[in-house]
Design a protein around this ligand. Structure first.
Ligand SMILES: O=C(CO)COP(=O)(O)O
Length: 261
């Protein structure tokens, strides 16, 4: 099954809502409609920017989508500081990132938490972008495939094949995030291929063939072509380079197969 590439820009804790509007306007200006037949482009701003992005995207009928960097595992109630899936759905979000390594390491999120958040996203019609990825020690010991599959199984445990079909998986080796040290295309392919194999076991070969598996970690306009050229890599989760309109538009266009904007 042909999988349409997805380029997702994870802004992390950057840009206020005015800056968000300016960035989305610039990206949209650089990426006319023709690109969107060949690539899905989404921005993942901080929660406080989402309403402004929604107004712009809906008002100007932009073809890019947007999502959230996290979602609460809970529906509603006494969870100070949390944002529910229903709230995000009401804001028109398409995606919710769950289990980003920064949340796993800095906020102690376990596979169980990530699973609960994945379920909360699905329940509210959001597409979870489920992140997995190994640290440097595990990579140096050569255990990256085993480690990532373990995280994948834990983060998707008990989901039905229909639910797994609605998920996006993002492989982001922790040692490649924000370091400028990008995994080689072969490194990305090795784990993304193994992820797809595991999805076939967890759901079915047909489901696995349709799920988009992204790579993330120091992706930029220079390296994205080779990375998304790998047979099991269906796009990228982009951090730093997603904050620069020109670069993000260029790398989205490259994922679409060109031409450059
Ligand atoms: O964590 C990332 C995206 O979620 C990757 O960040 P960088 O592209 O800045 O390495």
């Amino acid at each position: 099954m042909a999988r349409k590439p997805l380029i997702a820009g994870n802004w992390k804790m950057n840009l206020n809502h005015f800056e968000a509007i300016a960035l989305v306007q610039k990206i949209a200006f650089s990426l006319p409609a023709k690109y969107f037949d060949k690539v899905d482009v989404t921005v993942i701003p901080p929660f406080t920017d989402i309403r402004s992005v929604q107004t712009l995207v809906e008002g100007d009928k932009l073809l890019l989508t947007y999502g959230a960097q996290d979602v609460s595992a809970h529906d509603s109630g006494a969870y100070t500081g949390e944002i529910s899936g229903a709230m995000l759905a009401k804001l028109g979000c398409t995606f919710a990132v769950v289990g980003h390594s920064e949340r796993r390491t800095l906020h102690g999120e376990s596979n169980e938490t990530v699973l609960a958040k994945t379920k909360a996203a699905l329940k509210n019609g959001l597409t979870p972008i489920v992140c997995i990825g190994e640290g440097l020690e595990i990579r140096e010991a050569g255990n990256q495939v085993e480690y990532n599959l373990e995280q994948l199984r834990g983060s998707l445990a008990g989901l039905s094949a229909d639910e797994i079909a609605k998920v996006v998986v993002a492989y982001e080796p922790v040692w490649a995030i924000g370091t400028g040290r990008v995994a080689t295309p072969a490194d990305a392919q090795e784990v993304c291929k193994a992820v797809r194999g595991e999805l076939a076991t967890l759901a079915s070969a047909e489901v696995a063939a349709g799920v988009r598996v992204l790579y993330g970690g120091s992706v930029n306009a220079k390296n994205v072509g080779e990375i998304v050229g790998q047979s099991d890599v269906d796009g990228a989760l982009v951090g730093g380079a997603s904050l620069k309109a020109d670069e993000f538009a260029t790398l989205s266009a490259i994922a679409a197969g060109g031409p450059l904007p």
